[in-house]
Design a protein around this ligand. Structure first.
Ligand SMILES: [Zn+2]
Ligand SMILES: [Zn+2]
Length: 130
């Protein structure tokens, strides 16, 4: 007798809670998706990484074969570049080492084709691997 009543009470509260629970879950999912989409707004300074330009050694200038100093075509004379991590899976682009620009085979500086100039690539492999 007592067990039966308890079961019925339990059922009634479950029926009452179900829509509330669903709403809470839906709100959580919406919030999660919004945060995912707007994650860059919460990017903390710790996620900013300064990449020193390897091409010019950080000086911002390169010496041409003729002996003249010219602004580095990779960092545009800055010597370094700031990249931001937006996602946990982000890691430095292995092609351009984070600079976003590479010297292509014809000797011209071009935007890195791997990361599109961002300097970071989003890799799901990075989570389990290195
Ligand atoms: Zn440079
Ligand atoms: Zn790259």
């Amino acid at each position: 007798m007592r067990a039966q009543r308890r079961r019925r009470n339990g059922f009634r509260s479950a029926a009452y809670m179900a829509p509330v629970f669903l709403l809470a879950v839906a709100a959580l999912i919406m919030q999660y998706r919004w945060v995912q989409r707007n994650r860059y707004k919460f990017t903390s300074p710790a996620r900013i990484r300064i990449i020193r330009c390897d091409h010019c050694g950080g000086s911002g200038e390169v010496r041409t074969p003729g002996g003249r100093l010219e602004p580095c075509p990779i960092c545009f004379g800055g010597g370094s570049r700031i990249v931001r991590r937006y996602y946990e899976e982000d890691r430095l682009c292995p092609v351009c080492a984070g600079m976003g620009r590479i010297i292509s085979t014809n000797g011209m500086a071009t935007t890195c084709p791997r990361c599109g100039g961002r300097g970071m690539i989003r890799s799901s492999v990075a989570r389990g691997g290195r």
